[in-house]
Design a protein around this ligand. Structure first.
Ligand code: PGA
Length: 251
């Protein structure tokens, strides 16, 4: 059975005080939740603190990005080994903001996925179509291209450490959520793609999160869908109460 996995992507938000209060509020709110994976992904500069504050809790910490080399002359970059070193469990790779604002290609994303796995991190690989791609009936081909690009050459064992986050770009930060049926359709497509590319085991075990304007009010109907195994939450993860309510909706 797949565990549900709720992760909060804080993006470029909070300062030290806000990050500390958010975590201190969140930890007791979800402390009784069992059999579920919970993670927060603060900005790089607060990761160390987040790892420390959550050390005795059921919350794991992830980064929002990493570089595709282990060390060297890459001014301003952070290596996956460094994230592992400070106690991160996860890293988000290929978020639509990385793809569309920072021009990350599937090749770059693939290099990052490989390196992150080498560094023993777990990866949340984001995929999703733009509105015009959906309207042109290209959702599946776009998602498939991103899956092929991101997961190229990875083994079935590697897939044990990959979560896929389906995030339709038109639903991110817009208040527009994909309907449960729209999301389920793409999740089922991703799961059948995994079965064809790998096997029944990989497809049955892989956690596929939905992301895009997930809130306490819409979380339950999304998470009830058979192929939706959790959520990658942006805006609503910045308030402890709303993130905790999404976690609880998932139970
Ligand atoms: P949102 O962001 O929940 O604010 O739409 C989701 C994401 O980008 O991961």
């Amino acid at each position: 059975m797949r565990k549900l996995f709720i992760a909060g992507n804080w993006k470029m938000n909070t300062n030290t005080d806000e990050a500390v209060s958010l975590l201190n509020e969140l930890i007791p709110l979800v402390s009784d939740v069992q059999d579920m994976d919970i993670a927060v992904c603060p900005p790089f500069v607060y990761l160390h603190k987040a790892v420390y504050l959550t050390r005795n809790s059921n919350i794991r910490v992830g980064a929002q990005n990493c570089h595709f080399e282990s060390k060297g002359a890459f001014t301003g970059e952070v290596a996956p080994e460094m994230l592992k070193d400070i106690g991160c469990t996860y890293v988000i790779i290929g978020h639509s903001e990385r793809r569309h604002i920072f021009g990350e290609t599937d090749d770059v994303i693939h290099s990052k996925v490989k390196k992150a796995l080498d560094a023993e991190l777990k990866v949340i690989l984001c995929v999703g179509e733009l509105l015009e791609e959906r309207e042109a009936g290209k959702t599946e081909i776009v998602v498939e291209t991103q899956l092929i690009g991101g997961l190229k050459d990875l083994s079935s064992e590697d897939l044990d450490r990959i979560t896929i986050a389906y995030e339709p770009v038109w639903a991110i930060g817009t208040g527009k959520t994909a309907s449960p049926d729209q999301a389920q359709e793409v999740h089922a497509f991703i799961r059948s793609w995994l079965k064809n590319q790998y096997n029944e085991n990989v497809s049955g075990n892989c956690q596929i999160q939905y992301g895009g304007s997930v809130k306490p009010e819409n979380a339950r109907t999304l998470l009830e869908q058979p192929d939706i195994d959790g959520a990658l939450v942006g805006g609503a993860s910045l308030k402890a109460a709303s993130f905790a309510a999404i976690v609880k909706a998932a139970r």
